[in-house]
Design a protein around this ligand. Structure first.
Ligand SMILES: [Zn+2]
Ligand SMILES: [Zn+2]
Length: 142
């Protein structure tokens, strides 16, 4: 019995490790499909469903963050400390914004309308450095 159980468990651990390392080494906040493409380079036989399941488990256990941004599709982040994101309105890229956690707005909002407020979500929108440069070069042609 034990031998039968052990084999898939080792495989699952390896898949998780590849996903986790890929996310920790990336700052691109990939979608599940992009994680799948990344994992396939190392584990060509992995299925999309397996990648989805592993991403769910890893985020549930707090090893990665699942980002539910306004664009609709979920993205994944290997960085798990509290930080903010900018979603570029032009190219859709998601970048880290290193602003200290705004705990004071939770305190300020707490108790309003008799609610108990325990957290907040904040998403910045604007232009990433590249799109900003592109925009400026259109505005000011030399
Ligand atoms: Zn952009
Ligand atoms: Zn991030």
């Amino acid at each position: 019995m034990k031998v039968i159980e052990e084999k898939p468990r080792i495989r699952i651990t390896r898949q998780r490790k590849v996903i986790l390392e890929g996310l920790k080494n990336s700052t691109s906040h990939p979608t599940a499909g992009e994680v799948y493409d990344m994992v396939r380079q190392e584990l060509p036989r992995v299925s999309l469903g397996t990648v989805y399941r592993n991403l769910d488990t890893l985020s549930r256990d707090g090893h990665i963050l699942k980002l539910d941004l306004d664009e609709g599709q979920k993205r994944f982040d290997g960085r798990i400390d509290h930080h903010y994101h900018l979603r570029c309105l032009s190219c859709g890229r998601v970048l880290d914004i290193n602003l200290d956690p705004q705990t004071d707005i939770v305190k300020k909002a707490n108790g309003m309308n008799n609610c108990l407020i325990t957290g907040h979500k904040l998403e910045f929108t604007g232009l990433c450095p590249q799109c900003r440069r592109d925009e400026e070069s259109i505005k000011q042609p030399n």
